[in-house]
Design a protein around this ligand. Structure first.
Ligand code: ATP
Length: 235
């Protein structure tokens, strides 16, 4: 479904990606794990065209999207939930949700998806008239995911959904990610919480200083002593 070939990207003179090659098949959850600054977020941002690709290529469903503008990438079916959630604090939960479907014209489908979002995250239904800025961190993360789903993405890009959240909330959010995937959305998940991410993913890639250093089935990575020592806090 998605293929990155030898993608290189820079911030000014700093090379953040030194040739990333990876793929995501339809129906998978694929996770990118690695330390701070490894290039995980940048990889997602090159897919969304928020960061430009200096060399290499990105294809989605057989089409070259290396230089496709962000709004067109979204229209093709790739939606990103950025790190830090970026919900609109002065809009209500319901208004935030509706912003996610702004490219769609099918009113009935939108209403249906609103209900679906509230089924996935019942707390958002209770809080639908509350301003986004007054939600807890976990609720904001739920809202950001729910809003992204309103675009009916084929591929959902999630950047650190667990960041700063209590373990119980993280579990709740990861359960929903699994459910979303089971219902047909392919997921590319960036996480510093490698343990949790590899538990729900089918496959994973380990990034270090802008390069892929390991890849494979998530269960194999979880069992790998090098991964355990570096990312799972075991030795
Ligand atoms: P984190 O979990 O901390 O976000 P990451 O693996 O997602 O880590 P990136 O955010 O992709 O890593 O960063 C990759 C490299 O690019 C780092 O060296 C970082 O300092 C640098 N970088 C990221 N954003 C910028 C920016 N806006 N300007 C300059 N350098 C940046």
């Amino acid at each position: 479904m998605l293929e990155l070939r030898d993608v290189q990207a820079y911030y000014g003179n700093i090379q953040a990606l030194k040739g990333i090659t990876l793929s995501v098949q339809a129906g998978e959850i694929v996770t990118l794990v690695g330390s701070n600054g490894a290039g995980k977020s940048t990889t997602l941002m090159t897919i969304s065209s928020v960061v430009g690709v200096r060399s290499g290529s990105i294809t989605f469903q057989g089409r070259d999207i290396t230089k496709t503008a962000t709004d067109k990438v979204v229209a093709m079916g790739i939606t990103q939930v950025p790190e830090g959630r970026m919900i609109f604090p002065a809009l209500t939960v319901l208004e935030n949700l509706r912003m996610g479907g702004y490219l769609r014209r099918d009113k009935n489908g939108l209403k249906e998806d609103e209900e679906k979002a509230f089924t996935l995250f019942p707390i958002l239904k209770e809080r639908r008239k509350q301003y986004g800025g007054t939600l807890s961190g976990g609720e904001q993360q739920m809202l950001a995911i729910a809003r992204a789903l309103m675009a009916r993405p084929k591929l959902l890009l999630l950047d650190e959904p667990s960041l700063g959240l209590a373990p119980i909330i993280v579990e709740n959010i990861f359960d929903v990610i699994v459910q979303i995937n089971k219902e047909g959305t392919t997921v590319l998940l960036v996480e510093q919480n490698a343990q949790m991410a590899l538990q729900i993913a089918h496959r994973g890639y380990v990034l270090e200083t802008g390069m892929v250093t390991m890849s494979g089935k998530a269960s194999d990575l979880l069992a790998d002593p090098k991964v355990q020592a570096a990312y799972l806090g075991m030795d």
